[in-house]
Design a protein around this ligand. Structure first.
Ligand code: SR1
Ligand code: MG
Length: 408
């Protein structure tokens, strides 16, 4: 990759803001008190620019490589343009649930957006044992608004095709096709587990029924251009704030650089998988009631998705052929897909390259059972989804497997 552009550092961001009138109008450089680099994702630099009295601003810069691995894994920084585009589209459809975008700098691949320092990453909050009631509902509502509003159900045919073409995101899709939809069952040298979980990882590879489902899910991911999905909607892509001091609770969904036209069930599935993983952690720590709550989030997200999508249906663009029957068929497809993509995401977070703090910060003796439980749950989800995709039933079956697998 021959990308050459100035990479920002805490020492240069104030000058960067000063040189961009749009940014300086939002946050005058003289008011910036402190700069922190807080990126804890796998790909980018993230700077929080703090101001003394009130919210500051966030600058997110795409590196020309995968941060998790380093320059040996080059990656187009143009993913930031896809993210900015998705933020605009998603923000127009679900304004309360997407951070405000102030500017996108195409020369330096920098997104300037709303400071969410009064929120916290949902995964971190879950790992601390906090419950943010309503966040799972917000996730379902966001997926529905985006799914309807960016699909052929909610857009004119010509606008939908132009949007689809503009959102093609091959390098980021390739990451998902490899890490989520191939390598859990067909490893290429990047997988790892505790020695005690090696038989579990082997059993996954040898599970022909699950491998068959992964093939179908990967093909659908590559060909079902249903809507401009988020593409990486795990609990680390959600910021949450409790209601306090007269301020309402708030949920913001960010980090949409994997956005592309893909299957709607993929977004639901990533959320489901990370709820199952949160439940595995809670069971491992002996917090069974909180684990049951985490599992109840699957149905909460699905119900919010379904309710919101149904409420938007009267606005369908072509009611001549997109009838009530189409609505039922689409919802049925998304339900089955969601559980399938949940299976793929759950297994990849156990055996694959990019794992989760939920499981990785458990002591090894507890991690063993949590990892085994998530792998068994993911195989169950992959193979039972056609017969029974009901989110509540899936959560019940997953809970049974997590509970019987825990080691403590
Ligand atoms: C190499 S990137 C690894 C993972 O980080 C992102 O958050 C996506 O989940 C991706 O699969
Ligand atoms: Mg991310």
């Amino acid at each position: 990759m021959s990308e050459s552009y100035q990479i920002l550092s805490p020492d240069t961001v104030v000058d960067y803001v000063a040189r961009n009138p749009k940014l300086a109008a939002v946050l005058p450089p003289g008011q910036i008190q402190h700069v922190r680099e807080v990126g804890d994702g796998n790909l980018n630099l993230v700077f929080v620019l703090e101001r003394a009295d009130g919210p500051g601003m966030v600058l997110k810069q795409a590196l020309p490589y995968v941060r998790l691995v380093g320059p040996d894994w080059p990656m187009t920084p143009d993913r930031a343009a896809k993210e900015a585009q998705a933020m605009r589209r998603h923000g127009a459809l679900a304004p309360a649930l997407v951070p405000r975008l102030y500017d996108y700098d195409a020369a330096r691949y920098v997104i300037a957006m709303e400071d969410l320092s009064d929120h916290q990453v949902w995964r971190h909050a879950l790992n601390r044992g906090e419950r943010h009631e309503g966040a799972a509902t917000d996730v379902g509502e966001y997926v529905a608004r985006v799914a309807f509003g960016t699909s052929a159900f909610g857009m004119s045919a010509d606008n939908q095709k132009a949007a689809l073409a503009a959102a093609v995101n091959p390098q980021l899709c390739e990451i998902t096709e490899d890490l989520v939809l191939t390598e859990p069952t067909r490893p290429t040298g990047r997988n790892s587990v505790l020695p005690a979980n090696e038989p579990d990882a082997r059993a996954l590879i040898e599970d022909d029924a699950t491998v068959r489902e992964m093939g179908w899910l990967k093909w659908q991911f590559m060909t079902h251009t249903e809507a401009l999905i988020h593409g990486d909607l795990h609990t680390g892509s959600v910021m949450v704030r409790q209601a306090s001091d007269g301020r309402p609770r708030s949920t913001k969904i960010f980090d949409s650089e994997f956005a592309f036209y893909g299957p709607v069930g993929f977004d639901l599935g990533l959320a489901y998988a990370n709820y199952v993983i949160a439940a595995a952690r809670a069971f491992a720590l002996g917090e069974d009631e909180r684990a049951a709550w985490a599992l109840s989030l699957l149905d909460e997200t699905w119900t919010a998705f379904e309710t919101t999508f149904r409420s938007l249906w009267p606005q369908v663009r072509d009611p001549r052929v997109f009838t009530e029957r189409t609505l039922e068929d689409f919802l049925a497809k998304v339900a089955v897909d969601g559980i399938g993509y949940g299976a793929a995401e759950a297994m990849r977070r156990i055996v694959g390259l990019a794992k989760t703090a939920d499981i990785e910060t458990l002591p090894p003796e507890l991690r063993e059972g949590a990892a085994r439980g998530v792998l068994l749950a993911s195989r169950m989800m992959a193979t039972t989804r056609h017969a029974d995709p009901d989110a509540r039933n899936v959560a019940q079956r997953a809970g049974d497997l997590l509970l019987t697998s825990r080691t403590r």
